[in-house]
Each structure stands twice: as C-alpha cells, then as structure tokens.
Design a protein around this ligand. Sequence first.
Ligand code: PXP
Length: 252
Amino acid sequence: MTKLGVNIDHSATLRQARYRGLEAESGIIVEPNIIDVALAAERGGADSITAHLREDRRHMQDSDIFELRKKIATKLNLEMACNPEILDIALKIKPDYVCLVPENRMEITTEGGLDAASELEKISYYVGKLTEVGTQCSVFIDPDASQIEAAAAAGAQMVELHTGAYANAWGNPDKIKAELSRISAAATRAAELGLTVNSGHGINYANVSRLLEAANFNELNIGHTIISRSLLCGIENAVREMKELLVKYGCF
Ligand code: PXP
C-alpha cells in the first residue's frame, strides 16, 4: 500500500507567525506544539513525519528536528537543501530519510525540483555523507528521465517526483492527462533503475486518486492540504481521511 508521509511544516509556520524568537522562552505557552501535531498525525495513520529545516528557519527550528527525532514513533523524513550547515545538523540527527530539495529564499514553498543533472557532483557528496550514517536519501526532482538518471547516478536510493505541475493543471483535462503520463513514465524509469519512487507537492484530497491510479508510489508526502483541513476537523481526522484515500486508490 502507498504510505503517507505527513509534512507538518505549516504547523510551525503558524507557531512562528506569533512566537518567532520566543520558542525557547520559559513560561510562555507556545502554540501549536509541533510535537503534539506530529503525534496526532501518527494516530491518524501517518507512516512518516516530514519536516523541512530551511536555511532561513522560517518554520521548523533546529530544536524541532531534534525533538521530532526523539519523540515520533514512525519515520523522520528531513527535507533539506544542499547546505553545509544543515548537513552538519542532519549528520547529528541521522533521520531515517533525507529528501534533498532546492531552496530559494524568495519562494513561498519549494517550487521546482532539484536540477540533479547539473548538480550531480554536489548531490553525490551529500548522498554519500548521509548514506554513511545510515540515512536513506531521496532527491526531489521533476518527473523527467534525465533527472531520474542523474539521481540514480548520484547514488540516491529514492526519488520524490514533483507533482506541482499536475496539481496546477487542475481544471484543464488535457494538461492533467499530459502531466499524469509524464509522472507515470518517470515512475517507470525510476523503478527500472531500482529507485524507490515517492511523490509530493500540491497533492490534495481531490487530486490524489488520479495520481495514485497513474503510477505505483512507495509514499506520498502531503502537507498543506492536511494542515488546512485540520483547522476544520483536527489533525488526526484530516490525516485519517487522506490515509483512507491512499488505502482505496494506492496499489503499491
Ligand atoms: N515534498 C516536498 C519535497 C516539498 O518541498 C513539499 C512542500 O514543502 C511537499 C512535499 C509538500 O507539499 P504540499 O505542502 O503542497 O503538500
């Protein structure tokens, strides 16, 4: 069955909107408590918890990642850019998985995939270092054969296919079809190369079924839609509803 990775970055976005710089002040009630969010996501059926430690620390803080590592019962998937400071932290934390992502200070969220083909040397270095401490590495890339081949050449064990173009095609049937066939071909190529195939970005309750029907995925990483829905029904229920869709439509 396709697993569900829940990205809880936006619970930290909400916390930082009020408490930036005060996270460690004693006596202040800082909310939401992102560890509680992660544990509720696990109760709802999350198979892993994803958190992105960005260079600008706009949502997750270093202490969050250390705490998540200690407190969650499922797997920790750390998203990070190829940045030496974040690498040092990752090598201390030894997450179960790392997903290498591009990072652009001006973007609202991760926008495009990594250009693995032109950054092969750098990605190989990061994959090598992380693999040495027992962390499995994924590379977040656009669903293109050349990127998949580069991720494999860099020694990554997994790829996460960027599904943003599919999500943005919503409302345009021809574009949806084209994006799904691109994702399907990419997933097939990645599997041929022995890579574990995940996907993420822009997946929501409405578009997840068609994505799952288009290809076999080990795991989907989903954040914004689950955190948004949780405002109405709570994180545990929001995760459970998504998990039910993965059980229904996922076939890995
Ligand atoms: N996967 C990666 C690599 C991401 O950078 C993000 C966004 O932070 C996600 C998945 C989750 O995307 P969304 O919040 O749109 O579900």
